[in-house]
Design a protein around this ligand. Sequence first.
Ligand SMILES: NC(=O)c1ccc[n+]([C@@H]2O[C@H](COP(=O)([O-])OP(=O)(O)OC[C@H]3O[C@@H](n4cnc5c(N)ncnc54)[C@H](O)[C@@H]3O)[C@@H](O)[C@H]2O)c1
Ligand SMILES: O=c1ccn([C@@H]2O[C@H](COP(=O)(O)OP(=O)(O)O[C@H]3O[C@H](CO)[C@@H](O)[C@H](O)[C@H]3O)[C@@H](O)[C@H]2O)c(=O)[nH]1
Length: 478
Amino acid sequence: MVKKICGIGAGYVGGPTMAVIALKCPSIEVAVVDISHSRISAWNSDKLPIYEPGLEEVIQQCRGKNLLFSTDIEKHVYEADIIFVNVNTPTKTSGLGAGKAADLTYWESAARMIADVSRSNKIVVEKSTVPVRTAEVIEKILVHNSNGMVKYQILSNPEFLSEGTSIQDLLNPDRVLIGGNDKNLGGQEAIQKLKAIYANWVPEDRIITTNLWSAELSKLADNAFLAQRISSINAMSALCEATGADVSQVSCVLSKNTKLGSKYLNASVGFGGSCFQKDILNLVYICESNGLVEVANYWKEVIKVNDYQKSRFVKKVVTSMFNTVSGKKIAVLGFSFKKDTSDTRKTPAIDVCKGLLADNACLSIYDPRVSEDQIRTDLSTNEIRWDCSTQVKPASFTNVKQVSVFGDVYEATKDAHGICVLTEWDEFKTIDYQKIFDSMEKPAFVFDGRNVLDVDKLKKIGFIVYSIGKPIDQWVDC
Ligand SMILES: NC(=O)c1ccc[n+]([C@@H]2O[C@H](COP(=O)([O-])OP(=O)(O)OC[C@H]3O[C@@H](n4cnc5c(N)ncnc54)[C@H](O)[C@@H]3O)[C@@H](O)[C@H]2O)c1
Ligand SMILES: O=c1ccn([C@@H]2O[C@H](COP(=O)(O)OP(=O)(O)O[C@H]3O[C@H](CO)[C@@H](O)[C@H](O)[C@H]3O)[C@@H](O)[C@H]2O)c(=O)[nH]1
């Protein structure tokens, strides 16, 4: 019987995932551990380290009962029957595969620590997204670093939650995937033990079991397919603008095709988030390593179109505003990579803001959940380019004078020449655009990068409006 679970890594996945397991399995003690003292103390405080609707309520119900957050990693790993490894697996920034391959440093150090401290048999669960065949590497590390007395079973149990809806996704998942080695008894037993935990709240027909490699690859494939749909509709949005078609109407038609389904068809300024680009690059690297150049090139295009979409948006802003935004105040509404999260990892807002700053715009940024510190850090960090791993983006033009961050949308838009909506926060639909228009320089431009605003209403007020993939306003430069 499983008495104790330890989750290593208390981030966007580890925190919510382990908390929901604790909620649904009150007889199991769940310890979430992390090397970051600040993260753990935030999980133990009233101000959680991440914003997710519904998360606070789950934490309040379980913390101090069967859920605890700790930096005493070794103790909790030693005591656990099942260890979920939820550590970060970012893209490598140096060395072999830099810019594409997954950096497994954090995973490897977690595996070595598990081998060091374990004295009883353990089930080790890969919750992080990893390259296909990682379980093989993990097994080598565990087996060769332990005393031979401890038996390990490795399972792949990738996480499919989306930020902003993670609690709902975890409480009501469309599927749970468990990959394991069903060729031996120990492997079969481990699969059944993990399955029994999820069966406390997930209908059994939604729990899929596969071999290890299918589970690992399915996670990468899943994200690649979702991102590919967004790049497909974004590519169509450019064609819509060139031809007078309306991308929302095209999406609507596609969504009624039962062969296609309705999701991931919203044209946007580009997809962001910590997963899509990283996981596609990981897939590209694996394809290249296996000599599958054509397959690698196919997936690369998904990222190229995403980069194109962001730079196309910047270009549209600059050309519409008489070919220069130098010295002009542009209000940026929304900085997180999607609504209902404070996460800014790989948010399209970073590239769009950097593009506008490169043309010497003055930015006034408002996001209901992202802190000023985070915005400034993001805009002053140089990133390795995925398509040119030896070079980094040129030094950021960000300078304190060119960027202001506001806690109020009306302050942010006052005296602005233009507004860029970069995140689809619900509140942007209901703000008083007449009041905003009255306080702006004229002509007043709105560039809707998420197609969330009522264009007709804005035009009636007097704004010149650009929306992704919509027929072009006569005042917007084509
Ligand atoms: N963010 C998502 O929406 C999402 C969804 C599904 C899957 N994933 C995958 O889950 C994994 C984690 O993602 P995340 O967004 O939660 O990352 P994150 O950076 O928010 O959290 C990872 C945590 O692991 C900790 N950590 C790293 N090495 C450690 C070690 N050796 N011991 C203890 N703690 C350690 C870090 O301090 C950090 O707090 C990644 O592989 C990611 O691709 C993420
Ligand atoms: O029609 C759409 C849908 C999404 N997006 C954008 O795509 C990005 C990713 O959105 P979403 O997938 O909702 O959020 P993530 O939290 O990144 O979740 C993805 O990445 C996770 C990490 O691997 C997976 O677990 C999830 O299944 C997968 O959806 C965001 O910038 C969205 O604004 C669009 O532009 N158009």
